[in-house]
Design a protein around this ligand. Structure first.
Ligand code: NAD
Length: 248
């Protein structure tokens, strides 16, 4: 699909990669509907980008957002499924000094699953249902997975969600083929955004030192892959790792 023909929803568009994707899409002539729980953050997006508060953990919100977006853009043929959070922690941790054993909290597990797994799946369901009801084809969905999908210490909740998104990218590509909707995923490595700025500095430095290309990634590195998934009509059901070689 051509970028200029897109009527695209971008979730988590108030900052980081989502904001970058929304900006790049708008520059290319796409119609963009940007959603985020951080409504104030959406204000920085370029003029012409439609914006509205969206909490992907709410079924009502997701449905209402998709209906509004299709109305505002005069249709809907693409979703960049980007909203995500982290709540890192070892599943079971023994403190070196005290010997005390603690565990990942139910709340941290549930929060990450609610946004990154259930919320992301909900957005695919609602967006593709809207395309199917309107008889719109072709369509495309780009899921934001993560290289953590291969397994990563301290991220049980995040790994579960991102691995599921990658596996279901295959499921949905097969399910939506009769509807004319392709589904692809991009799995970033370590990218410079507010999400990684909030990470433990030691963990962050160790990760960056392990990147073969020798630097942290930029949102633009991931945009190139998102753009590829959108533009290449022969790409379907697969997840592209874009991690500077970090996972090998
Ligand atoms: N930064 C990285 O290194 C990295 C690596 C791999 C994957 N990812 C994934 O890429 C995507 C974008 O990450 P980022 O680094 O730009 O993160 P970020 O934290 O900078 O931005 C994420 C955005 O999602 C929004 N959001 C959170 N919960 C939401 C909800 N319930 N409903 C709607 N919006 C919500 C936030 O408000 C924020 O604006 C995420 O899915 C993330 O898991 C990031």
């Amino acid at each position: 699909m051509e970028l200029r023909d897109l009527k695209v929803i971008v979730t988590g568009a108030a900052q980081g990669m989502g904001a970058h994707f929304a900006r790049r899409l708008a520059e290319a002539g796409a119609k963009v509907a940007a959603g985020d729980v951080n409504e104030a953050g959406l204000a920085a997006l370029p003029e012409g980008v439609h914006r509205r508060r969206l909490d992907v953990t709410s079924p009502d919100d997701a449905r209402a957002f998709v209906a509004w977006a299709a109305g505002a853009m005069g249709g809907l043929n693409a979703l960049v499924n980007n909203a995500g959070i982290i709540r890192d922690g070892l599943l079971v941790r023994r403190d070196r000094a005290s010997g005390e054993v603690t565990t990942l909290s139910e709340a941290d597990w549930d929060a990450v699953i609610a946004v990154n797994l259930t919320g992301a799946t909900r957005m695919v369901r609602e967006a593709v249902a809207a395309m199917a009801r309107a008889g719109t084809r072709p369509g495309v969905v780009v899921n934001l997975s993560s290289v953590a999908r291969h397994g990563n210490r301290g991220q049980s909740n995040y790994v579960a969600a991102k691995a599921s998104l990658a596996a279901n990218t295959v499921t949905w590509a097969r399910e939506f083929a009769p509807l004319g909707v392709r589904v692809g995923a991009v799995a970033p490595g370590m990218i410079e955004t507010p999400m990684t700025k909030g990470m433990n500095q030691k963990a962050r430095d160790a990760l960056v030192a392990a990147v073969p290309v020798g630097r942290i990634g930029e949102p633009e590195d991931i945009w190139k892959a998102v753009r590829f998934v959108i533009e290449c009509d022969y790409f379907d059901g697969r997840t592209v790792d874009v991690d500077g070689g970090l996972v090998m």
